[in-house]
Design a protein around this ligand. Structure first.
Ligand code: NAD
Length: 517
């Protein structure tokens, strides 16, 4: 078992060596990440006009681990201009040439998986076990798009008289990626891998809560051989994001975050007629029919609710359970939830770490308090209502709310914490209607042994990512994205190529021009 204490005593030296210059330990025993955290032209840089600074925290301890200097308009412009210059070089390479560089980046990430996962856990609070899975998905994403890069092509279309047309798939230019804090490294890879494979450059702005691991990604791209400036990082919050979105030389914005911010991003993009990809929030349904394999359904419900302490956009937080198995399901899910190990995310056997910060913990607890007042019966609330471990940590134990009804706030709003709402239902027709009765449409899941019912129900679900007899797995080969207020555009799979490239049509005349004049 690693863990904080033993890391300091045993594991830190090897870790330190491989993470330098990112990570150091202060005299008080706190991990600190060294400045600067902006990345431009192939190196870490101080932002030219770094405005106000913000503390960066370790959620598991509440300690300050770094300072963030928010980039102003000038620094954002420098990052965009540097990306623009790199784009000129990168976009001229063949797909195979780009592929080789991306494969090398994937190899380095794979090699440094444990170290990057440690950075992620310290800064985000998720368990080290899960952070490693995130890093695996990240290098797989780079490998996948490296594989596609060489076969990105247009069409040849025959026209009358031997004339013909063809289409060229061209990159867009400088793309902006703006990320949320729940999957910092993975979000950056899901955006940069298809963007770079298509020949674009990217300027990325991570969430100010999790600015660390993306800097490592930028360093890895440089080590792998991308032109300097092809992947730049600017740090900051709302204002920095706005400078990016308004920048006239930005060709596309890919955003992952909340619905209200998504609306603002779209408004800014509209002013510059810039295409956007919006990966927003959700309140997804998980439907468990009485003919399910109970053990699988329980495992699915846990996967759908408690990964990353419940801070997952596509979580199936509305768990509809057919009345015949409600008691058996609830009993089993309570038993399994009680066994989830909550605590220090650096420990190998921890499965739920700390929520991102105290304000978010307070927000989640506000939802829980309100739900307890509204709910018929809270089926299990172990240690709920307070932090699971020390007072400086923002950990929270998982909570199940039984006997919920569709009108409750905890059933309607995205909580983004470890809170599962269980809702009884009777018929297929009823549950499909209730499942779709939401402004969101990110994901949905069905557990049943009836193959026809499974496909019938997912066909009726108004959600972009549906699971049958599973939940919350993320193969990079499958497109991911939402319906309705959960956004549009797709990440992953071949589909993402459409969102990072455009088609040029060339019409070729093989005869003489016939004029109508
Ligand atoms: P958020 O909307 O507060 O912030 C997201 C990012 O946008 C941050 O980098 C933030 O600094 C930036 N930002 C905020 N205001 C901005 C503005 N006006 N202009 C430009 N940039 C701005 O979201 P969050 O709290 O970081 O993340 C949680 C949300 O993200 C949840 O709703 C969750 O469901 C969603 N999310 C969605 C997906 C998905 O793939 N659909 C994945 C992860 C998270």
């Amino acid at each position: 078992k690693a863990g904080r204490a033993s890391l300091a005593a045993l594991g830190l030296q090897p870790l330190l060596r491989s993470l330098l210059p990112s990570l150091a330990m202060s005299t008080t025993g706190t991990f600190v990440f060294q400045q600067p955290l902006n990345y431009r032209d192939g190196a870490r840089v101080q932002p030219l006009d770094g405005g106000h600074s913000e503390d960066v925290y370790e959620p598991a301890t509440g300690r300050v681990i770094s300072k963030l200097l928010c980039s102003g308009e000038k620094e954002v412009d420098l990052a965009v201009q540097s990306a623009k210059a790199a784009f000129k070089v990168w976009s001229q390479l063949s797909g195979m040439e780009r592929s080789r560089v991306l494969l090398e980046a994937a190899r380095i990430i794979r090699e440094q998986r444990d170290e990057i996962a440690t950075l992620e856990t310290i800064n985000n609070g998720k368990s080290i076990f899960e952070a490693r899975v995130d890093i695996d998905i990240s290098w797989q994403c780079l490998e996948y798009y490296a594989g596609l890069a060489g076969s990105l092509a247009g069409e040849h279309i025959q026209l009358p008289g031997g004339s013909f047309g063809y289409t060229r798939r061209e990159p867009l230019g400088v793309c902006v990626g703006i990320g949320a804090w729940n999957y910092p490294f993975q979000i950056a890879c899901w955006k940069s891998a298809p963007a770079l494979a298509c020949g674009n450059a990217m300027v990325f702005k991570p969430s100010p809560f999790t600015p660390i691991s993306v800097v490592r990604l930028a360093e890895i791209f440089t080590e792998a051989g991308v032109p300097k400036g092809l992947f730049n990082v600017v740090q900051g919050g709302v204002a920095t994001g706005q400078f990016l979105c308004h920048h006239p030389d930005v060709a596309k914005i890919s955003f992952t975050g909340s619905v209200p911010t998504g609306v603002k991003i779209m408004e800014m993009a509209a002013k510059g007629i810039k295409p956007v990809t919006l990966e927003l929030g959700g309140k997804s349904p998980l439907i468990i029919f009485s003919d399910s394999v109970l053990e699988n359904a329980v495992n699915g419900a846990l996967m759908a609710n408690f990964l990353t302490q419940g801070e997952v956009c596509c979580n199936g937080t509305r768990v509809f359970v057919q009345r015949e198995i409600l008691d058996a399901f609830t009993k089993e899910v309570v038993k399994r939830t009680q066994k989830i190990k909550v605590g220090d995310p650096l420990l190998e056997d921890t499965r739920m770490g700390a929520l991102i910060n105290r304000p978010h913990l307070d927000r989640v607890q506000g939802f829980i308090k309100q739900a307890k007042e509204q709910v018929g019966k809270v089926v299990w609330a172990s240690e709920c209502g307070g932090p699971a471990s020390s007072s400086s940590s923002s950990s929270l134990c998982a909570l199940l709310l039984g006997n919920c009804t569709d009108d409750m706030t905890c059933v309607k709003e995205e909580i983004f914490g470890p809170v599962m709402s269980i809702l009884p239902f009777d018929t297929e027709e009823e549950v499909v209607e209730r499942a779709n009765n939401t402004k969101f449409g990110l994901a949905g899941g069905v557990f049943t042994r009836d193959i026809q019912k499974a496909h019938r129900v997912v066909a009726a679900l108004k959600a972009g990512m549906c699971f049958i007899n599973n939940y919350n797995i993320s193969p990079v080969e499958l497109p991911f994205g939402g319906y309705k207020s959960s956004g549009f555009g797709r990440e992953n799979g071949r589909a993402a190529i459409e969102y990072y490239s455009q088609l040029k049509t060339v019409c070729v005349e093989m005869g003489d021009v016939e004029s109508v004049f």
